[in-house]
Design a protein around this ligand. Structure first.
Ligand code: LMR
Length: 398
């Protein structure tokens, strides 16, 4: 019966992370998966999360199914965080929001929804993008293409080429964008570039699908959401996926949201109904625990303030590690190949190392980065950054 089923080749990120767990070397360093580790190399439990969780566990009660669209207080709190409390689109009821299984769940529910209602459209993703974007949209039935993005020569953005390619797409094409902290390159658009791009998306009648998995890890919670807030403010139809895996350090709780910006409240009502149908046919309804934590933190001013402070400290630690790896490589890497470590934003840096160099780093030195050359700088700490820099220098020297 199953003779024709090929072996799964593994996932370039999650399978590598599993290989890391199995590696017996004590000196190994995990810079592969996009997870924030603290300076002791531990996955943090944020203070606000701990307090909210303790309060929730003190109020034991029955565990019914949540509504298909998710916990209502969660949906409202998440929408306010993503779009800003006072965004007119919220007051006008133009945003349909459902609770999802992390950011990937939001992408999948959104992909199924647009596949059903825009069957002629194709999807366009940045070159390169997070590997799972392609997998999710292809498995939802889409043809997935790329638009120019990363400039290998400068370690920056090919903005003109990106804009020209998007400007030439057929109306109703789906354009996948990263709101901030681009994964895998760490290269983002600035405000002026977003404004020009949003103008083109509107003029060409394109449908943006914005993935915001790292809100708060770039320029701050509000600035990172600039593009999605601007789309909503201007009334441009769009989908937005957000995740609390990274900024709440709640990876395994699978907390996220899918938001569809609509032209009016009537459309938002119908879209919400169809998103609900998409949830029902995928997994019926989302889980409770993580959503309760996020809701309590976002709706309790003291906890929210504590969470924001801790998130800001995480970003400062990443910035410090960017400087440390930059300084450690100063004698071995030059020009833009060095400055990218401090210029690129968020959890990732695109090192420019080849797959063969990455393999050597892993095999000889136990330093794990993705074969694309993506390094998660949030896995560096004061103890390992020196050896990581030395290992890279040795690999580059041969
Ligand atoms: C990553 O890019 O490493 C993270 O988003 C984890 C994942 O699921 O791929």
């Amino acid at each position: 019966m199953f003779e024709h089923i090929d072996a799964y080749p593994g996932d370039p990120i999650l399978s590598l992370n599993e290989d890391f767990q199995k590696d017996p070397r004590t000196s190994k360093v995990n810079l592969s998966i996009g997870i924030y580790f603290d300076d002791d190399g531990r996955l943090p439990v944020m203070r606000a999360v701990r307090e909210a969780e303790a309060a929730i566990l003190n109020e034991p009660g029955p565990k019914p199914y949540l509504p298909m669209a998710g916990f209502a207080h969660y949906r409202d709190a998440v929408q306010a965080l993503v779009f800003g409390e006072t965004n007119p689109a919220r007051a006008e009821g133009r945003i349909a929001t459902v609770q999802t299984l992390g950011g990937s769940g939001a992408l999948k529910v959104g992909a199924d929804f647009i596949r059903r209602y825009f069957p002629q459209s194709q999807v366009w993703v940045s070159d390169p993008t997070w590997e799972n974007h392609r997998f999710i949209f292809e498995r939802a039935g889409f043809e997935v293409n790329t638009y120019p993005y990363y400039d290998k020569a400068t370690g920056g953005l090919k903005f003109d080429a990106m804009l020209a390619a998007i400007d030439a797409l057929p109306a109703r094409s789906i354009v996948l964008l990263h709101a901030c902290c681009h994964n895998p390159t760490g290269v983002d658009l600035d405000r002026a570039q977003w404004e020009r791009l949003i103008g083109v998306l509107q003029e060409r009648d394109l449908l943006p699908f914005v993935d915001m998995a790292y809100q708060g890890f770039g320029a701050g919670l509000d600035d990172d959401a600039f593009a999605v807030r601007e789309l909503a403010r201007r009334g441009i139809p769009a989908l937005v996926a957000n995740s609390f895996s990274k900024n709440f350090s709640l990876y395994g709780e699978r907390c996220g949201g899918l938001h569809v910006i609509c032209e009016d409240a009537g459309a938002a009502h119908r879209v919400l109904g169809q998103l609900t149908g998409s949830v029902r046919s995928n997994y019926s309804n989302p889980p409770t625990h993580g959503a309760k934590i996020v809701t309590r933190v976002l709706n309790t001013p003291a906890l929210k303030e504590s969470w924001q402070g801790e998130l800001a400290a995480m970003c400062q630690r990443i910035a410090r590690m960017r400087v440390a790896i930059h300084d450690g490589l100063r004698d071995h890497v030059h020009g833009e190949a060095l400055t990218r470590y401090v210029k690129q934003r968020g959890m990732f840096t695109y090192t420019g190392l080849s797959a063969a160099q990455v393999d050597r780093l892993r095999e000889e030195f136990g330093v794990y980065i993705l074969r694309s050359g993506r390094m998660c700088v949030a896995g560096l700490n004061d103890t390992n950054v020196g050896t990581v820099a030395e290992s890279i220098a040795k690999v580059l020297a041969d």
